[in-house]
Design a protein around this ligand. Sequence first.
Ligand SMILES: NC(=O)c1ccc[n+]([C@@H]2O[C@H](COP(=O)([O-])OP(=O)(O)OC[C@H]3O[C@@H](n4cnc5c(N)ncnc54)[C@H](O)[C@@H]3O)[C@@H](O)[C@H]2O)c1
Ligand SMILES: CC(C)CCC[C@@H](C)[C@H]1CC[C@H]2C3=C(CC[C@]12C)[C@@]1(C)CC[C@H](O)[C@@H](C(=O)O)[C@@H]1CC3
Length: 382
Amino acid sequence: SSVRLSPNSLATLFRFLKEIFPVSSSSNRRNAFRISSLESFSAWSSKRCAVIGGSGFLGRHLVEKLLGKGYTVSVFDIRQSYELPGVTFHQGDLCDKQALLTALQGVSLVFHCASPAPASDDKALFQRVNIQGTHTVLQACTEAGVQKVVLTSSASVVFEGTDIKDGREDLPYAKKPIDYYTETKIEQEKLVLKACDKEKGLLTVAIRPHGIFGPRDPQLVPILVDTARRGNMKFIIGDGSNLVDFTFVDNVVHGLILSAESLRPESPICGKAYHITNDEPVRFWDFMSDILVGLGYAAPRYNLPYTLVYGLALLLWLLSLLLCPLVAFKPTFTPMRVALAGKHHFYSCSRAKQDMGYKPVVGLKDGIRRTVESYPHLRHGA
Ligand SMILES: NC(=O)c1ccc[n+]([C@@H]2O[C@H](COP(=O)([O-])OP(=O)(O)OC[C@H]3O[C@@H](n4cnc5c(N)ncnc54)[C@H](O)[C@@H]3O)[C@@H](O)[C@H]2O)c1
Ligand SMILES: CC(C)CCC[C@@H](C)[C@H]1CC[C@H]2C3=C(CC[C@]12C)[C@@]1(C)CC[C@H](O)[C@@H](C(=O)O)[C@@H]1CC3
């Protein structure tokens, strides 16, 4: 492992020396000579990482795992949602390069897990944060001497609302992405992969999870329960046989850390995208039923034709656009959600298995059980 000199390197080296030689006693000075400084420096700095978006659902699970593995973690996020010993929080907008530079001092590895919530459907915000912001993140990483950037992309970058079965990473990017969020995730992924430059010493990789679920997830389970509580989860869209990927959060975290640790100049993963899944495609409606029943709600039972529901969702969405100056209403059944609920969309993770030895660490059944147990406040009657 090599140490790349950057404008921040001296400051970082100084902090490192202060950390390993805190007191200037004679025994410390003797110990100093036993340490091969450059090697220790390299090992120390490669365990210093930053998680951009570390206050979020995935980001926080990642931070917790990194701490357990002995990393020193800085979180950069627009909000601070928790406190943890060993974590330094930097509150700021990732579009602000100066704020990023402060957080990235002495950091050699950056995980980029920040994005506005997909449900916001705010085109300008997605463009600003996911595209311009990612450009700023890459600039800041180069200036700060960061060596590795791991992006959390999304498998939806290839999904157009039609069936995908065992999709591989060589599928073309969606020409008609399902929403603005996905449109900007495509541009974001392209930016990060293009920035991979062994000569300049910046290595990048993109992880594409799909349907992440687990404790503290702010969207999948809460939206599902909200829909059930309003009595709208009685229907199955289509014949209910469509297979999809739902990926337990620990498996995504495992894929992110594995990719970071495999990212070296000679590694085949440089500048590439990888699907990370549970490797257990499941019927969408079986998964929904398992969560609902686990929380004490009834499973959906009545089938509705896919085209009918999709048409209605499209109509509702158009109406919400037309009426938005007068009344603000957000339909639960958006065309995007209907497509996700009624079509096949599952992906192969064989490239990750082959190139980085990926294997899911938590099975689907166990993941569902842990998720259900983590939401006592969302149980029926709670
Ligand atoms: N949840 C999923 O099913 C899923 C699936 C595939 C990919 N992803 C991707 O994984 C990543 C994490 O998603 P999540 O589910 O944890 O979402 P989340 O909303 O819980 O976390 C995103 C975090 O980004 C932060 N953030 C937003 N704008 C910011 C800005 N301008 N500057 C700094 N921080 C900002 C938020 O405050 C939040 O803490 C995202 O990139 C998302 O696109 C999520
Ligand atoms: C009202 C119902 C019919 C269903 C309610 C559950 C939905 C809220 C979720 C089912 C599939 C989920 C999903 C996402 C959001 C929540 C659901 C629609 C994403 C679009 C979130 C953003 C990610 O990047 C996407 C991905 O590629 O993983 C998610 C795909 C699945």
